[in-house]
Design a protein around this ligand. Structure first.
Ligand code: UFG
Length: 325
């Protein structure tokens, strides 16, 4: 297939581009490099440009016979979205609409969308399945849910088929060591703990130890980046075969507390480092764990990295062999 990966220079997008290319697909990456890295696009064709730019989109869709579009170019920081909602609604909603309308102009009807557990808001129950009510508690979650709603309507009105994949906590790195996570600023737990282990930062701060969880720290569901990408590939095949839109929650179904993750990193890295307890971070639900039964059943998806230590090991190798060099 010929696939356009928007945001293919970012963390998840770059792993996706690699996986799709190695599977024999013809991949084009479109990325404006605002957060991505040119050297993360190691496969296929790269075009520097903005997903909100109609001229760029028309040129790509006119010159290449694209079968499907995967969209990873969303802004992802919950805290920033609260302070700068305009930025989030413009990029995540307006620019995505521009992309979708360009697809329609060129009769491209297959779309895979990076959604998020943040669309569910504060959970009523865990693990969270697809039926759970959707009440985001921040602009980031709202922006992703708005697009899910747009996609429902575009399916009905225009026959644009979409699969929305709600990620829980994407983690880990390419086991070949070619790619990994490089956010600036880094706000995610695992890379920050790894920086403490490698000595690139002084300590790791635990945001809250008074939650109603076993050890008081927040519980999350960490899923390896390759497993996440595998689900995208399966979702695309299934959507095209069945000519049907779908929504799936993606996680391992197992929760780990912040303190447990710190212990796993200490174990995998063999390093000790300072851990400090800080106040809660705004907007953090105590527990977020996915029920991914539907994806396993409908897509025949089976995560390979079921153990957190194996996920952390790939990220530790990336920290030591790439980021620390
Ligand atoms: N945490 C710390 N210390 C840190 C960083 C994080 O204790 O230095 C804690 C957070 O408070 C949270 C957990 O570690 O309890 C995980 O935090 P992350 O920032 O790594 O991930 P989130 O669960 O907040 O966010 C992830 C995605 C978002 C998505 C969200 C869905 O990164 O894009 O899940 O709720 F929106």
């Amino acid at each position: 297939m010929k696939i356009l990966v928007v945001g293919g220079a970012g963390y998840i997008g770059s792993h996706m581009v690699k996986q799709l290319s190695l599977a024999g697909n013809d991949v084009i990456t479109l990325d404006n490099l605002s957060y991505g890295y040119r050297d993360a696009v190691k496969y296929g064709k790269f075009i520097e440009g903005d997903l909100g730019d109609n001229a760029v989109l028309d040129a790509i869709f006119k010159s290449a016979d694209i079968d499907a579009v995967m969209h990873f170019a969303g802004f992802i920081q919950v805290g920033e979205s609260v302070i700068k909602p305009s930025m989030y609604y413009h990029n995540n909603v307006v620019n995505t609409l521009t992309l979708l309308d360009a697809m329609l102009r060129h009769d491209i009807k297959n779309f895979i969308f990076s959604s998020t557990a943040a669309i569910f808001g504060e959970p009523d129950y865990t693990p969270i399945d697809e039926k759970h009510q959707k009440q985001p508690i921040n602009p980031y979650g709202h922006s992703k849910l708005m697009i899910e709603q747009v996609l429902d309507d575009y399916d009905k009105a225009y026959g644009l088929r979409s699969t929305c994949l709600r990620y829980f906590n994407a983690a880990g790195a390419d086991p070949d060591g070619e790619l990994g996570e490089r956010h600036i600023p880094e706000t995610h737990l695992i890379p920050l703990i790894l920086q403490a282990a490698s000595g690139r930062r002084d300590d790791i701060k635990v945001f809250g130890d008074d939650y109603e969880t076993d050890d008081g720290s927040c519980v999350r569901d960490y899923i390896h980046i390759n497993d996440l990408c595998q689900a995208h590939s399966l979702a695309l095949d299934s959507m095209i075969k069945n000519n049907k839109s779908a929504r799936f929650n993606l996680g391992n179904g197992k929760g780990f507390s912040v303190k447990q993750v710190i212990d796993v990193v200490k174990d995998v890295s063999g390093k000790n480092f300072k851990v400090s307890i800080e106040p809660r971070r705004d907007g953090d639900p105590a527990v977020l764990v996915a029920d991914a039964t539907l994806a396993k059943k409908e897509l025949n998806w089976q995560p390979e990295f079921a153990e957190l230590k194996d996920i952390v090991k790939t990220a530790w190798d990336w920290e030591v062999n790439f980021l620390c060099q």
